[in-house]
Design a protein around this ligand. Structure first.
Ligand code: GLV
Ligand code: GLV
Length: 325
């Protein structure tokens, strides 16, 4: 019997590729860049499965090019790049890679938080450019992290893993989520706040929500206006959750102390002026980028492809309605 055909839109780690090569006829984008729209539409034709990345837009046009896909396995926990309404129309299951990047992303949110508060990127540049002339009482003063108030917006797996870390720094932990979760919150000694109250009270605000219509520009001019002047904003969720132009204004005018960002509104572009803000630490969407986690994500994405091709329910389906009807 012919092997099922899979299109992988960009090379992922071996942990996933090996599983696919064993059971499938695999086509991989040969270039180390995002597949172009034309390449995507051309290569998806005649395939049984698509393994996509968060940088691929998967919508009706893609499903139209191949309405017979048995699965779209996204190599990410977030799946805002996939139009689920269109997937449902074509009855195509979509999967993600949850769980494995929870702790890794929380570590990275923490990395950005520490880096901004203690000005580590500025300090490194200072040293390398030969400006270090000896210890100074006023040199590169930052702000304490321990015993401060952290406000976690979105108290899912990643938000909770951040709360866990905050406890080790004796922080006062606040959270906001669409759902109040008293039992979970008690585990981390976290207190619920309405969104505006959390924004007003926090020294560090960290975002862990999905991107959807209710979270787009959740943080904009109004919210920056309510933040403490010495507060920091950390974003490892999705760029459009923050109004990036408003953020640049807030950083430039010193309305907030700083920001640590892993994601941008119009990736890979940054809002004009952001790159000049010394009080921002800017990472290139690498929160989940550890060998262990990217390997585990590859394995999970491949397992979802294989399950769907074997006619089984993919373990990480995000739109189960398509199978249940
Ligand atoms: C990364 O941003 C992901 O959603 O996996
Ligand atoms: C990630 O795993 C999340 O949804 O919090």
């Amino acid at each position: 019997m012919a092997k099922p055909k899979v299109y992988v839109t960009r090379l992922i780690p071996d942990e996933g590729m090996k599983l696919l090569y064993e059971k499938c006829d695999v086509t991989v984008n040969p270039y180390d860049r995002v597949a172009t729209r034309e390449e995507l539409l051309e290569n998806v034709k005649g395939k049984d499965a698509l393994l996509s990345l968060l940088t691929d837009t998967i919508d009706a046009e893609v499903f139209e090019a191949n309405p017979n896909l048995k699965v779209v396995a996204n190599y990410a926990v977030g799946y805002n790049n996939i139009n689920l309404k269109d997937a449902e129309k074509y009855g195509i299951p979509v999967t993600n890679t949850p769980g494995v990047l929870t702790e890794t992303t929380a570590d990275f949110a923490w990395t950005l938080l520490m880096a901004t508060a203690r000005r580590i990127v500025e300090a490194d540049k200072f040293n390398r450019s030969g400006q270090f002339k000896g210890w100074g009482p006023l040199l590169l003063l930052g702000q304490d992290v321990h015993h401060k108030t952290i406000g976690i917006i979105g108290f899912g797996r990643i938000g909770q893993a951040v709360a866990q870390r905050a406890r080790g720094f004796d922080m006062n932990v606040l959270y906001y989520d669409m759902n109040k979760m008293p039992d979970v919150a008690a585990k981390y000694d976290a207190q619920y706040r309405e969104l505006d109250d959390l924004i007003r009270e926090s020294d560090f605000i960290t975002l862990h929500v999905d991107l959807n219509e209710s979270t787009r520009h959740l943080i904009s001019d109004r919210e920056f206006g309510m933040m403490k002047e010495n507060a920091y904003l950390i974003n490892t969720s999705r760029g459009p959750v923050v109004d990036e132009k408003a953020l640049v204004r807030a950083l430039k005018e010193g309305r907030i102390a700083g920001a640590g960002l892993d994601v941008y509104e119009d990736e890979p572009l940054m809002a004009p002026g952001l790159a000049e803000c010394e009080n921002a630490v800017l990472a290139p969407h690498t929160a989940s980028a550890t060998r262990e986690t990217r390997g585990a994500m590859a394995r999970i994405a491949a397992e979802n492809v294989l399950a769907a091709l074997e006619g089984k329910r993919p373990p990480n389906i995000v739109n189960p309605e398509v199978l249940d009807k």
